[in-house]
Every structure is written in C-alpha cells, then in structure tokens.
Design a binder for this molecule. Structure first.
Ligand SMILES: Nc1nc2c(ncn2[C@@H]2O[C@H](COP(=O)(O)OP(=O)(O)OP(=O)(O)O)[C@@H](O)[C@H]2O)c(=O)[nH]1
Ligand SMILES: [Mg+2]
Length: 319
C-alpha cells in the first residue's frame, strides 16, 4: 500500500524535519487527517521529553524567562520547543507577537522551535491541541518542551496539565490577582517566581504567597510537596541562576516520570470529546426530515421553535 501523505509527514517528523512538525501541529489544530492514528503512532515518544509549563498574568515576564530557559538548555546541548498558547480571542495577537520578539535571539537556531497555538481550531479545545502539539514536538526529537500560557485562572492551569512541572510567574503588581485566583494557582504550581523584583512590592508578594502555601499545608490532610518561591528579575538576570537550577534539578530528580499526560486521563478526555462529537451528529440526524424528531427539526429550521425548549422536550421535561 502506498504511504498516505499523512504517514509521509510522520516519517519526516521522526527524522526531525521542522516543516513536517509545523504542518502536523496545524493538522491537529484543525482536526485534519486521522489525528487519533497519528497520535497513536507517536504516543510512546512523549517519554523522551520533559515538559515545562510557564504561566502567569499578561506581561509578567514569562517569555523573558522562557528565553533564559532556552539559552540554558542550548548551552547543555538540548533541543527546545516552545509552544506559546494564547487562550484568549484571536484578536489579541499582540501577546504572541511579543513572545516572538522576546525569543527572537533563538529564531535562527535549528535546535529551537517556537510555535504559537491559537484557539481557532475546529475540533477539540485548546487543551487537546496543546497536548498533541507537545507529543509531536517530542517525536521530532525535542528534549525539552516549554508551554507558555497567559493567565492564572483555572483554565490556564488546565492547559499546563500537559506539563511535567509548572512554573507560575507573578509580579509585584499581581497582589490582587493572587487573592482572587489563589485556589487554582496553588493547585497547579510546582515552582513560583516573583519576577520584576527590581520593582517595589516583590518581598511583600513573596511573603503573602508563602503564607498562603503554609495555610494550605496546614489544612491539607496529606503531606504536600514543598513549593519553592524565587524572587527574580528576568530582565536584569538577578536571581535567575537559582530558579533555572531548580527547574533543571526537578527535571531530573523531583518529577515522577509519566506525571504529565497520564494515559487514563488522556483516554478519558479523548473519549469524552469523541462521544460529544458523535452525539451531536446523531442529534442532527434525529432532527433531519427522516429522523425521529423531524417535526421538531422543521420547527427549529423555520426558527419557530425555541432551541432550549426543544432540548428540554427531547430530554424529558422533568430535567
Ligand atoms: N522591570 C522589569 N521588567 C521586566 C522584567 N522581566 C521582563 N520585563 C519586561 O516586562 C515586559 C513583558 O515581558 P514578557 O516576557 O513579554 O512577558 P510575558 O509574561 O511573556 O507577556 P505576555 O506573553 O504578553 O503575557 C517586557 O517589556 C519585559 O522587558 C524584569 O525582571 N523587570
Ligand atoms: Mg509572553
């Protein structure tokens, strides 16, 4: 059997060809080709790469830090892929542009791959795209994958659920943010860094973070792993060595292998997505002219039925 264009791309990806990597990421974003079959073939490669999630409010200095992390890995001869996730609307392209500029120094280096991921894919949410993109990068031979995402809410931390470890970056001005977001923040972070400590307020923020972590440890019924807090100034290089060393150390020692992307969670998520898709198609068929609920379908088509009322009727009005 002649190889399909998709399997040709996969072969080229496995040879480390970046164009093939780029195109396959686009295919997964757009749900093109047999994404499940491609990912089945490449799944085992994920074990070869460590994934670092970097999150924090807009402008916290994530890309500036990522740039330094890239430099450190390159100095050690490791290949690095960066996936810059923009969970907001496609209209806020500015953040992505900023990321590109911040990491521009590595643009010509073939050992560095930088790609932005938008939310505009037809199938699957943001998380799905990120997960598959990370596996594709690993299969292309990248030893380290960095996922940069904007925000400190629950959704963003879900995005970095693909990561072996998560660095949450805050800035002195973010005091209010952490008060409102603290539950999600504390759940997801493995390491905190208060960036821009060249500005006033960094010590105060670090202290209130510390207090929050201690409160949490006291309430918890189990022993929680220690979450270190670093104070850094990414732009001026202050305190960065300590942070970068800690991230390196955790890559090797602290993170249990296979923590990211546990197979049962991935399978459950994929099944959920698949069931939702199939159920939507079935519902459409039922509302079609030869379907069991053709009358309702016609009324919906004509715009005379209320879609919420229609769904309640279909599900049984007691719901
Ligand atoms: N004063 C000061 N400014 C910094 C520091 N680190 C980064 N910046 C500046 O903060 C701005 C935002 O930095 P980025 O690295 O783009 O921040 P980001 O979190 O990636 O931003 P988004 O991706 O747009 O959310 C830039 O102008 C940086 O030069 C720092 O340690 N001190
Ligand atoms: Mg950025």
């Amino acid at each position: 059997m002649a190889p399909s264009p998709e399997s040709d791309l996969v072969e080229r990806l496995l040879q480390g060809e970046l164009r093939a990597l780029s195109r396959l990421i686009t295919h997964t974003e757009e749900g093109r080709g047999d994404v499940l079959a491609t990912m089945e073939r490449l799944w085992s490669h994920r074990a070869g790469a460590r994934v670092l999630g970097v999150t924090g409010p807009p402008g916290a200095g994530k890309s500036t830090v990522v740039d330094k992390v890239i430099a450190r890995h390159r100095a050690a001869g490791r290949r690095v892929a960066v996936l810059a996730v923009d969970p907001s609307s496609p209209f806020t392209g500015g953040a992505i542009l900023g990321d590109r500029i911040r990491m521009q120094g590595h643009a010509a280096d073939p050992g560095v791959f930088i790609r932005s991921l938008g939310t505009r894919g037809h199938h699957g949410g943001l998380t799905r795209t990120t997960r598959e993109a990370a596996i594709l990068c690993a299969a292309a031979g990248f030893d380290r994958i960095i996922v940069e995402t904007v925000g400190v809410g629950q959704t963003e931390l879900e995005v970095v659920g693909v990561a072996d470890q998560v660095l949450v970056l805050l800035v002195p001005e973010a005091g209010d943010v952490i008060q409102t977001m603290k539950a999600g923040l504390l759940e997801g972070a493995d390491v905190f860094a208060v960036n821009k400590c060249d500005r006033p307020g960094a010590d105060k923020l670090a202290a209130s973070l510390q207090a929050m972590l201690e409160d949490r440890a006291e309430i918890a019924s189990e022993l929680l792993p220690a979450v270190p807090i670093f104070r850094v100034s990414a732009q001026h290089g202050e305190g960065l060595d300590g942070l970068l060393e800690e991230l390196d150390r955790r890559d090797v020692e602290a993170v249990p292998p296979g923590r990211a992307l546990p197979p049962i969670a991935v399978a459950a998520r994929l099944l959920g997505e698949e069931v939702a898709r199939t159920a939507e198609l079935e519902a459409r068929n039922e509302l079609s002219p030869d379907g069991d609920h053709a009358d309702l379908g016609r009324a919906l088509e004509a715009g005379t039925a209320n879609p919420y009322g229609a769904v309640r009727a279909l599900l049984g009005a007691d719901r």
